[in-house]
Design a protein around this ligand. Sequence first.
Ligand SMILES: [Zn+2]
Ligand SMILES: [Zn+2]
Length: 154
Amino acid sequence: MGAKRRRRVMAQLDQAAQACVRAGAQMTDLRRTVLRLILEAEGPATAYELLDRLKRTRKGAVPPTVYRALDFLMAQRLVHKLERLNAFVPCAETGHQHMAQFLICRECGTVAEIEDRAAARALEHAAGREGFQPRHTVIELEGTCAACSHPASG
Ligand SMILES: [Zn+2]
Ligand SMILES: [Zn+2]
């Protein structure tokens, strides 16, 4: 990992820690480490991949160690779980309540987070008309990303 990327990860970790302070939540060393591993990952990371990486510095780490940290990070809206991939990605909009939408490329595996408020509102209204109150919504679109649909020629 380059110095530039490392600095960005550190900045994101500080931002996340500040969001926790504002929310009155405690960012422990373990939670911070798990978040760092997610931020450092090249793409979505599964709980077991995170556990493997965590074990390099915490020999005693077991699956519940990781799951509890992930639950906390999700509750603080610092990471999202991609149900389709059963994997975790950092939130692009650290710490604020929003209905995230993900574009998952089947070719290269990249995942982009977008936030289309109009789409989110439309869904909320549609659910509301049914008397349904959504508590947790993740929208995942699977397809081909721009880079994969238009490979550079030559
Ligand atoms: Zn997000
Ligand atoms: Zn792609």
